[in-house]
Structures are given as C-alpha cells and as structure tokens.
Design a protein around this ligand. Structure first.
Ligand code: FUL
Ligand code: CA
Length: 697
C-alpha cells in the first residue's frame, strides 16, 4: 500500500519534470488588471456638459450652469446603443476643463444642482453608472485636472478640492474601470472671476499621491495619463490611430513615444487611441455633417486595435441628451462591418507544424496558435534561430488580414516576423511585420489564396510566445467619393466605373439626384454632398463639403511684396502651403488682409492649421474683422481655437451678423503655440445663408 502511494507520487513528480518549463517572463510585464483592460479593446467616450450648449470645445469657466438641460436624456438608451455597438464600457466627462461638475459635488457650487435639469436634483454620473451596471458594461470617469472655473486653480487650495472630487467619484458610484487624467493645461480662464492666465507649478497635481489615493479606493481602476505614474497612456493623436511598430512599454515619460512606445522599455504602459465619431468632442450642430463613415471607423480600428492598443470612441449626446441619428447609424454600421470582418477565421482547422517546440512538449506546440484560446501559446527552446510554423489547409483559403497575438503576460518580445505563402514550388513573402504584442492585425495589399502558409519569427530578444494566429477577409465596403474645390468649381472623384450622385441642397443624394459627370461651378460657395450608388442600388457613404467663396480673384494685401506673397499661401486652396508670419518679419498680433473680388455677406470663416505634423506656431487665439472699404474695420469674431494642439483640424467660426456686404477681411493671429508669430495653412469664408456642415479632412 505504502509502496503504491510512493510510486503514484513519483509518477506525478516525474511527469512535471518531463514537461518543459515555461519561458521566464521577459522585461516589463503587465499587471493582471492591465491584461484585462487590454482585452477590452473598445469602449465609448461621452462628452456632455455646458460646452454642448455654448458651442465651445473648451469652456472658459464662466458658463452658466443653467444652460445644462438635456430634456430627453435617457442613460439606458445611450448605454444600450454603446452595447449594441460592441463597446465594453463607457467613460463620462464628469468634469471637463470648464470646471462644471455633472454630479452634486460638495467641493464647488459650479455643479449640476444649479441646473434646471430635474429641478437641480439631476446626477449625470449616477445615471450613467447605474445604466452601465444594469446592462453589464463597464463605467469610467474623465475628470479634468485643469479647472478654468476654480478660484484657487494653480494654488494649493484647488488640489484639496480636486482630490476630494476624485474621492467622491470613486466612492459613490460603484466600480470605475478607468479614470482619465487629461494632459491639457491651457493657462487662461475665469478662475473665480480673476480672468487671468495661470501657470501651474512643477508637479502641481502630485500624481504619485493621486495614484496612491486611487489604489486605496479602487485597486482595479486603470489610471490613464497621470504623468509618468499611470497604468495606460495616450495613443499620440486625437485621430484614434497609434503608431506601428507598437510597444506597450515606455521607459521615461517622453512625448515622442506616445504613439509607438519604447522598444523593450522598463514600464508597461499600454496605449489607448482616442477619437470622436464627429468633428469636436462635444456635440455641435455645425458638425452634423462631419460624422465619420463606418469605413473610416474601420480604418481607425485597424490602425488602433489592430496595432494592439485600445480604442475609445467618443459619441457625444446632443442638447436633447440623445445621440444624433447620423452618429448612431454610423456607429452600428461600423459594428456590422467588424462582425463581417471577424465572421470567419480561415486559420481554424489548419494542420500546424513548427520548426521547434519547447522541450518537444505538446503544451507549447503550434496547435495553440489556432485553438481560439488566448492563454495557450507556441514557444521554442532557448536559442532557437528564426523559428517558424507551417499551416497546411485542408482546402485553399482566401484572406487579406493576418492577426497575431503574443502571450503578453510574459512580456512583449517580437520585433520582426514574416509570413510567406507557398505558391506550388517556393515560398513567397506576403507580409513583413514588426511588433506583435497584444495583437497585430495587419491588412495585406491584396487578398491571398493559400494552401500552405509559413510564419517565421525573424527578430526577438527572447523566445517567442505566440498565442494566436488568425486569417480574415476584409468586408467589401462601398468607397466614399472625394469632393474637392478647385478655383470656381467643385470636382468629385471616385474609383473608375462608379456612378456618383450629388446634391447642393444639404440632403443626402439618392438615385433621383443629379448624376455627376463634370466639374460643378460653385463660385459663391454652398454645400455639396455626394455618394456612390451601385448597379444594385446599394448606397455608399456620403461625403460632404462646405464650399467657401471662390478665392480665384482675391488679393492678399500687405506692406510689401514679401508680406503679400507670404499671405497668399493662406488663400491658395492648398493645405500644404503655409502663411508664416515670421517669414515676413511679423510678430503676433500678426495679420493677413484680403481683398475679395466681390462684396459678400459673410456668415462663417474657417482656419486650417498647418498640416505638416508640426504644432509650433499654430495660432490658438485669433481675431477676425471685416470692412467695406479696407479702412474701417469691425470685429466679427474673436476667441480661441481650443484643443488645436491635440486636434489640428479645420476650425469653423461663426461671425457676428454682418448687415451689409463686405469686400475685405482681416485675420489676426493674437497668440500662437510655442511661438510669438502665427501661421495658417488656409483661411476660407462662407456666405451667411445656410452656413452649415463641414467635413473633417
Ligand atoms: C483633450 C481635451 O482637451 C479635449 O477637450 C477632449 O476632452 C479630449 C478627449 O482630450 O485633451
Ligand atoms: Ca495653403
């Protein structure tokens, strides 16, 4: 009896000793919370606040809380939409830069109890938290460090209140999966009525302390931003995409590394790409035509989630508190595009064979790549050179997207890999990849038909631990035409053979609308919408362009030729050429003065910041004036281009009503980013009537 027991025990021990040992972790590794978070992939952002009513992107801090009144608001409806769209959570702007708190905080009067909504008894945070819990998606909080309302901002007094606000939010509303610390700190604001510019002292917020406080209250909450001590980082652009090759690691806090991370860095700080489904983070009527198409969103998806980052997509409610129909439609169609993309994984069912398996142990074998289990992985013996796996398909498969995943619990390793297809007598490379990490879902230029495929890991500092390999086929989507203004005319281009329909009355084109055949004259501007409709009557996505007055015969004025020639670059219909005040020896306030060919009643102007990737010298405070005779000027707009550094998009500004037609306008750069002279890639003006709509670049 005793003998059998011993034999039984040693058998157990021996089998453990025979099995190969898992590779040791490599470099920085994620916490279990970070792994869970990285697997969420996708969640929604909700910007709703006083800006929704003022039309601003950054409130100044002096807005009246009485404006806040989303009369048809229903958190359940919004949460249901997000859930139907495949989102795993929702993050709400509990407090944006304007300082307005959308919960009844005890820290400031500038809060929702002063709003007429629900007779001052409303609590936006509570309603969203409850709806998320009820419908089983996660709830998160955005709480801006910058507070343009608080009288003590940039002084010690504010910090106490700010910490208390965080505490209120983390103790009153159940689990918070992510807390968002925006990096924007613009300087000027209302600040209790002092209306001044304030600079914060170094380490003002003391993020290490904030992190400690949060961990004590909600240890599972992912801290986004927070200087160099957070759990997750910005993806580096507000267009949603992140860089590739893509690393989940950072070494030191370094602005340049947001998009791509730092190869083999010593801190695990995975990226989250953020973008809005429409122009602006808050809902504004003027952007109702700017909603991203499902195809465009799929592109963002591939360049964000497909590179291993999480995507947070902003879908902001309008003034009624509901999601605008065009936004909701695009959001759901984007979901169905993804469903089609993921509908079939063509790698499943293949026979797998590896050049090397760690300790010849089946538990590390290549079948783990296609077992639909993200935890199991293929790995090799130490020191194996260029390990590879062959997949043989029972029947040839066709695909144009390849997705790989590493077992990130053991760290991010792979730097380069390649995929080859067997063409009958030799291997042909179809993909040269960089990093893998959480996932690398890379589109091929062309669909590939394959009976045998080979993955080779060509560069890695430690044995690869690859957990999944999938093959997908991109859903066929109808392309969007491209509308362009050229001089007096508008042209529309689309892939050859497609039929384009367009309207100029701000309605979506149908097959009853005008068919496009040649340039459309539009010297006085207007709004043009176009889409492709195929032979079966399928409707493609609509492209919209708000067309300004023709600049063809405009004159740039100036003291000398240099000034004039320089200013011309802002009215040449070319976003690549830039007016640079400094080049003509001008300093802020620097001006461009334009004489139009004909007098016009203007309703709007737009400013395109430089599009060359630089942010230096982008104008962020402006003045816009008009004149009938070029001598007497009236200021018809003045303000800031909020958030232009992070989102360098075309800015549209409505003008104070102008009674009589004007022949001249003047744009003044009052302040510019990191420079004492401004720039402009393009300035346009729009007629007063129907000054509506806009599309993002
Ligand atoms: C930025 C902010 O300044 C924007 O207003 C917006 O909230 C965006 C998500 O983050 O940094
Ligand atoms: Ca230009």
């Amino acid at each position: 009896m005793i003998k059998t027991l011993i034999t039984g025990m040693s058998a157990v021990c021996l089998s453990a000793a025979w099995g190969a040992e898992a590779p040791a972790a490599y470099g920085a590794t994620p916490t279990p919370q970070q792994v869970d978070w990285q697997r969420l992939e996708y969640y929604g952002f909700v910007h709703l606040g006083l800006n929704t009513w003022t039309g601003r992107e950054w409130g100044y801090g002096d807005e009246d809380p009485k404006l806040f009144n989303p009369t048809n608001f229903d958190a359940d409806k919004i949460v249901k939409l997000f859930k139907d769209a495949g989102m795993k959570g929702l993050i709400l702007t509990a407090k944006h830069h304007d300082g307005f708190c959308s919960w009844p905080t005890k820290t400031t009067e500038h809060n929702i109890t002063k709003s007429p909504w629900k007779d001052g008894k409303g609590n936006l945070v509570a309603e969203f938290a409850k709806a998320c819990k009820k419908q089983g998606i996660k709830f998160g909080i955005y709480i801006s460090p910058w507070d343009r309302n608080h009288k003590d901002y940039a002084k010690p007094g504010y910090i106490k209140d700010y910490y208390e606000q965080i505490k209120e939010l983390l103790t009153g509303y159940g689990p918070v999966f992510e807390i968002w610390f925006d990096g924007a700190n613009g300087g000027d604001g209302y600040y209790g009525g002092t209306k001044e510019s304030r600079t914060i002292p170094k380490d003002y917020y003391n993020f290490p302390q904030i992190v400690k406080n949060i961990r004590a209250l909600q240890p599972n909450c992912i801290i986004w931003g927070a200087g160099s001590v957070g759990d997750a980082r910005w993806g580096g652009s507000e267009a949603g995409h992140v860089g590739y090759p893509h690393w989940h690691t950072l070494s030191t806090e370094n602005g340049e590394s947001h998009a791509k991370g730092v190869p083999h860095g010593n801190r695990w700080v995975p990226a989250e790409g953020d973008t809005s489904i429409r122009s602006g983070w808050f809902w504004h009527e003027r952007f109702n035509n700017s909603v991203k198409s499902p195809e465009k969103l799929l592109k963002v998806w591939l360049e964000c989630v497909g590179r291993g980052a999480n995507l947070i997509l902003n879908v902001p409610p309008d003034r009624s508190g509901t999601i605008y129909p065009a936004d909701a439609k695009s959001l759901l169609e984007f979901k169905s595009l993804r469903d089609r993309l993921y509908a079939k994984d063509y790698a499943l069912g293949a026979k797998t064979e590896a050049s090397n398996v760690r300790g010849k142990d089946k538990k590390f074998g290549p079948q783990n790549l296609i077992d639909n289990n993200i935890e199991t992985y293929w790995t090799t013996d130490e020191g194996t050179e260029n390990p590879s796996v062959e997949l043989t398909f029972p029947k040839p498969v066709k695909f144009d997207v390849i997705r790989l995943r590493e077992q990130i619990r053991l760290g991010q390793r792979v730097e380069e890999f390649k995929v080859e297809n067997w063409d009958g007598d030799k291997w042909v490379e179809i993909l040269k990849g960089g990093t893998i990490g959480n996932q690398a879902m890379l589109p091929l230029a062309e669909p590939v038909t394959s009976s045998k495929l080979r993955l080779t890991i060509t560069k890695t500092p430690a044995v690869p631990c690859i957990s999944e390999l999938s093959l997908f086929l991109m859903p066929k989507a109808m392309p969007k035409p491209d509308i362009k203004r050229q001089g007096d005319e508008v042209s529309i281009t689309a892939p050859e053979g497609s039929t384009i329909y367009y309207t100029t009355n701000n309605t979506d084109p149908t097959d009853k609308s005008a068919k496009y055949s040649k340039e459309i004259p539009m010297p006085h501007g207007g709004i043009i919408k176009a889409r492709i409709i195929d032979a079966e009557g399928n409707l493609g996505p609509v492209d919209t362009l708000l067309v300004g007055l023709s600049k063809k015969n405009w004159k740039a004025l100036g003291k000398n030729e240099e000034e004039k020639n320089n200013a011309k670059l802002a009215i040449d219909d070319d976003w690549a050429t830039i007016w640079e005040a400094e080049k003509a020896g001008q300093k802020n306030p620097a001006t461009i003065t334009i004489e139009m060919d004909k007098p016009a009643v203007l309703g709007q102007f737009s400013y395109v910041p430089r599009q060359d990737g630089e942010t230096k010298a982008i104008t962020d405070q402006y003045k816009f004036e008009t004149s009938q005779n070029g001598k007497d000027w009236a200021v018809v707009a003045e303000g800031e281009f909020s958030n232009i550094k992070a989102s360098p998009d075309e800015q549209f500004v409505e003008l104070k009503p102008i009674a009589k037609p004007v022949k001249f306008f003047r744009f003044t750069s009052k302040r510019a980013l990191d420079s004492d002279a401004g720039t402009a890639a393009e300035i346009s003006v729009y007629p007063a009537k129907k000054a509506q709509g806009h599309r993002k670049k």
